[in-house]
Design a protein around this ligand. Structure first.
Ligand code: SF4
Length: 310
């Protein structure tokens, strides 16, 4: 277990280790707030007077999202409101008291919406078929409606950097598209702006923060559906790469912010058809035939065996 990944109660060790843990925790908190603040500023996610609906599922990501937004709200130079919203989908065994109790303790304004989407999905989808697509469609529609009823101008979701990379790979592997999850988009009904303030935050930082803060996590498998096995596999792939080749995952994420349309093959993004010799030398020099150069593969970390895969 890392030094940060302990609950506050567990820090009653030696004074020196307590100081070290406190220091690590402080650094983690600063990093979470800095990265969320950077995403909010870069993509102009939250503006003066916004009322932000924070979607709470009871998972570590949504708890961290709310926690970070509350911290940023307290120190931001602009005024904005937060309303935490949970949709109780009536899944069997859903501990309906957990989120209201937690949210009441934080003092944030909150709303619990009760809708039996579980029953609808069970009725409409034959046994053994995937239920996630209908379930998410129903959930999305309800959350948009609730945002309208509460007068919220923004809807904040807890997706993070690793969700964005997983979506990129899933779209490439199964959808034939170079496409990921946007940090900010207009909702399907055209009436709201959906934001992802944790877009720059690494999942492992969220997991460490959730452990440190001892959030009352609600299990995400209550519906009995095998949620997105492909996503789990792609998540494992990214974690495996990052363990064996540190820096690869952040580099992939940087690539999403550094797109060179002229070096892809989509004629809608770059006008290849009308590309003509200009007679003017490129400022970068003549590099048309140069192969890209990449650093030599990093040596495997001690105790790790590099497995060559096709
Ligand atoms: S895992 Fe269950 S709750 Fe989650 S989207 Fe799928 S059906 Fe819905």
């Amino acid at each position: 277990m890392s030094t940060v990944a302990r609950t506050e109660a567990e820090t009653i060790a030696s004074p020196r280790s307590a100081v070290k843990i406190g220091h690590e925790t402080h650094k983690l908190e600063k990093r979470l707030c800095r990265e969320a603040g950077r995403a909010i500023t870069t993509f102009r996610m939250i503006e003066e007077g916004d009322k932000v609906m924070v979607c709470m599922s009871g998972g570590k990501d949504s708890y961290t999202l709310l926690d970070v937004l509350l911290r940023l709200q307290a120190r931001a130079p602009i005024r904005f409101e937060l309303v935490a919203v949970n949709l109780d989908q009536k899944q069997p065994g859903f501990p309906a008291h957990v989120l209201p109790e937690y949210l009441a303790r934080t003092g944030v304004r909150f709303h619990i919406e009760n809708e039996d989407t579980y029953g609808i999905v069970k009725r409409l989808i034959p046994e053994g078929k995937t239920t996630c697509s209908l379930c998410s469609r129903l959930r999305r529609g309800i959350l948009y409606r609730v945002a309208g009823e509460l007068g919220c101008s923004k809807i904040a979701l807890g997706h993070h950097r690793d969700d964005i990379l997983q979506t990129l790979l899933l779209n490439m592997f199964f959808g034939g598209k170079l496409k990921s999850m946007p940090p900010k988009l207009v909702s399907d009904d055209g009436r709201h702006v959906v934001i992802r303030p944790l877009a720059y935050v690494a999942e492992k930082d969220i997991a460490r923060w959730a452990t440190h803060r001892a959030f009352p996590i609600i299990p995400c498998n209550l519906c009995g559906s095998q949620e997105n096995l492909q996503r789990k596999q792609v998540g494992d792939l990214l974690r495996d790469w990052e363990a064996r080749f540190p820096g690869r995952v952040p580099n992939m994420f940087n690539a999403l912010q550094n797109v060179v349309a002229s070096h892809l093959l989509d004629g809608r993004l770059y006008d290849f058809e009308n590309a003509q010799a200009t007679g003017v030398a490129s400022a970068d020099g003549d590099r048309a035939f140069d192969p890209d150069t990449f650093p030599a593969p990093a040596p495997a970390l001690p105790g790790m065996q590099v497995v060559q895969r096709p």
